[in-house]
Design a protein around this ligand. Structure first.
Ligand code: ADP
Length: 368
């Protein structure tokens, strides 16, 4: 486990550079051949990142290291995150519909991050294996278990390639990419759905699918949910039509290359970015009202991000902007540990546009 943790760190750090530069390259002037090479570079490095994340995730689950962290959130957080994923990912002529059963309580208690992970995996597959038609996300009340516990059912239906009958048995088994032999475009380690199955088990639910080759597939799962009180929702705010706003962001990071990449990435999104080289400099600089958001690398020389964050909180008990930690270390438990130590959120590196947008949504930073 320790070996995996440090290995993941070692691999993810240089990968941050590769992915970051690849993303920046996209907004430069490229000729046709360069664009082609860029596309290959992009999809290969994305795949590498995905596979590393999946192998780590799977090994953690297998080792029994994954626990659920439930909190209250509005059910609409699930559908809007799926819509965002679809819009940012799908370039094919496919319609996306999303329905939420009105019998479902508006606010639920579950592990939003893990539920979203399962949905994202299924939705990504649906997009991958569908060329045209539609994809539907349907969230409904499955059944009440008692007065305040119920099962929520999620269905993702596509009009795509479907799955051959003789492959059915292997779908939820690890390393079972049933399309791998004949199609170079459909790569993946086949770990996604086995992770989903484990996560759904942890949630006290069931997972399944039906599929007709050439017609499409429906993947579904249920998960145990508790009724929650509306007043308990803290930070998750969902905004159907966010107006984009330019944010003043402080980025504390010791690696010059990461500083550059993140600065350009955020500036391209219309934000302004100030840089400091370590936690001490952040601590000396930040005052309430000065920034809309602080991005804090965790591992930094002189003063690390966690220390700087807790010192800042001592110095200014009120009025600080959200402080979001960034780390190449993607291990379960770390996130919660960091958050207990004062971070408002945590994103693992490489920082990507989607992750950043998710952060601005969580803290409603994009509202005018
Ligand atoms: P991968 O990471 O390889 O996509 P998954 O575990 O997510 O692995 O999926 C396993 C296999 O199940 C896929 O490789 C694919 O062959 C098949 N599959 C999953 N979802 C769909 C779908 N919506 N339509 C067709 N085939 C699918």
């Amino acid at each position: 486990q320790k070996f995996l943790a440090s290995m993941s760190h070692e691999i993810r750090t240089p990968l941050t550079g590769v992915l970051g530069i690849t993303e920046l390259l996209e907004s430069t002037l490229l000729d046709k051949t360069q664009k082609e090479y860029h596309n290959i570079l992009k999809s290969s490095s994305e795949n590498l990142r995905k596979i590393i994340d999946q192998v780590l995730d799977y090994s953690r689950i297998e080792a029994g290291k994954v626990r659920l962290h439930t909190h209250d959130f509005p059910i609409s957080a699930i559908s809007s995150s799926a819509e965002n994923l679809f819009n940012s990912m799908c370039l094919k002529p496919i319609a996306f519909h999303c329905t939420v059963d009105s019998a479902l309580p508006d606010v639920i208690k579950a592990d939003l991050r893990r539920i979203t992970q399962v949905i994202n995996n299924m939705l990504t597959n649906a997009i991958k294996y569908t060329e045209q038609g539609s994809i539907t996300l349907d969230i409904k009340l499955h059944s009440w278990l008692n007065d305040d516990e119920y099962l929520t059912e999620v269905n993702i239906t596509d009009t795509g390639a479907g799955i051959e009958k003789n492959k059915f048995d292997n779908i939820f088994k690890a390393f079972s990419n049933v399309h791998s032999i004949d199609s170079a475009n459909y790569e993946g380690a086949g770990l996604g759905l086995s992770i989903c199955k484990e996560l759904v088990d942890l949630h006290g639910g069931t997972i399944g699918f039906d599929s007709v080759q050439g017609k499409g597939s429906r993947f579904w799962f249920t998960f145990k949910t508790r009724k929650a009180e509306e007043r308990n929702i803290v930070k998750v705010a969902v905004n159907e039509n966010p107006e984009k706003r330019s944010l003043k962001i402080l980025f504390a990071e010791d690696k010059i290359m990461t500083q550059k990449i993140v600065k350009i990435l955020l500036e391209n999104m219309g934000h302004s970015v100030s840089l400091v080289n370590n936690g001490k400099e952040a601590l000396d600089l930040v005052t309430p009202g000065m920034f809309d958001l602080v991005l804090m690398d965790i591992q930094m020389p002189v003063m690390d991000g966690i220390t700087a964050t807790s010192r800042l909180r001592e110095k200014f008990p009120n009025g600080l902007p959200p402080i979001v930690g960034l780390s190449a270390n993607n291990f379960e438990g770390d996130r919660e540990k960091y958050m207990e130590e004062g971070l408002d959120e945590f994103i693992s590196k490489p920082l990507k546009k989607e992750n950043f947008q998710r952060i601005t949504e969580i803290f409603s930073l994009n509202r005018k």
